[in-house]
Design a protein around this ligand. Structure first.
Ligand code: ATR
Length: 289
């Protein structure tokens, strides 16, 4: 059932998720169900890997066309690509690798695309717009955190034409990231009283507020009324204190789970070249979480 074995043939496209540990991954069930639902002749395997470079050179047959990367291999995966998307290069990590017709491997980071797509969708719904232009364009976009996820959100906002501000506990890291995305750095203390305009967008990428510390929040409630939308990369719990208080202040909350769902849509499309079966992916994840 999991792999739709009756479909495997010489032209079946093989995919997998590379990580360690990998047993808990929901991706095999998710992608196999999604492939089957659109009649895509592919399978998706959990791949427990220690050494990414050895693995990729061993499984370099053209049948292996796509890999997802998870903890702790997102940085090592980047070094195994023949070419890397410029944003993934800037972030320093890939989440997905696909084989091109000439056999070479191309690396991407779809984690950031998932988060940005979720924010854009919620902004469009809030503003009642649906044009081609990004609703992030021109907005003041505040990213808290400057680690892997912070970099991803900051580059994503920059790419969409937002004015990016980076706030981080370690200010030097905020400065370094801000300079790369044409933005400004700010301390966490300054952020409490920072409201040059209304309708700003906030993205938390730190672990502040994650289980078991659910009573913590990266930004005091009094600051939240100046934001129209607040995204939290944390997904345990789904409703963090930050998102609950943002909602109480009238902002639209965007859950960390949406980042995961949206990156699955993007990745499915990269693997198959077909539109993602969005409802099936949502239902499969809801059933398995
Ligand atoms: P990820 O890849 O998930 O972004 P990371 O690279 O470890 O994880 O980055 C964690 C981010 O959360 C950093 O920006 C970190 O701030 P520092 O650069 O000062 O370390 C931030 N962070 C983690 N714990 C924090 C805390 N208790 N208060 C404030 N910021 C915190």
């Amino acid at each position: 059932d999991l792999y739709n074995f009756r479909q495997i043939g010489s032209d079946t496209k093989v995919h997998g998720v590379i990580g360690n540990p990998i047993g808990h991954s929901k991706s095999p069930h998710l992608y196999n169900s999604a492939f089957k639902s659109v009649n895509f002749n592919g399978i998706y395997l959990p791949l427990l890997v220690d050494n990414v470079a050895n693995f990729i050179s061993t499984f370099s047959s053209p049948d292996f066309v796509g890999y997802s990367y998870t903890i702790p291999h997102k940085e090592a995966g980047l070094k195994c690509c023949d070419e890397v998307d410029p944003i993934a290069q800037a972030i320093g990590a890939i989440s997905c690798m696909t084989r091109r017709p000439d056999g070479s491997m191309m690396g991407y980071n779809v984690d950031y695309l998932g988060a940005i797509a979720a924010i854009e969708e919620a902004l469009r719904a809030r503003e009642g717009t649906n044009g081609a232009a990004s609703p992030l364009a021109g907005k003041l976009f505040v990213v808290i955190g400057a680690g892997g996820a912070g970099k991803a959100l900051a580059y994503g906002g920059y790419e969409k034409g937002a004015r990016v501000m980076v706030a981080n506990r370690t200010y030097d890291k905020a400065k370094e990231l801000a300079s790369k995305v044409g933005g400004k750095a700010i301390t966490l203390e300054e952020l409490e009283n920072f409201h040059p305009e209304e309708g700003m967008i906030l993205a938390n990428t730190t672990s502040v507020g994650m289980k078991p510390n659910i009573d913590r929040t990266p930004l005091a409630k009094k600051a939240l009324s100046h934001y129209s939308l607040v995204f939290d990369a944390i997904y345990t719990p789904k409703l963090t204190r930050l998102l609950r208080e943002a909602q109480e202040c009238g902002a639209t909350p965007v859950y960390g789970t949406e980042m995961f769902i949206n990156q699955a849509f993007v990745q499915f499309e990269r693997f198959t070249g077909m539109p993602a079966p969005k409802q099936l992916i949502r239902d499969t994840l809801a059933k398995n979480t």
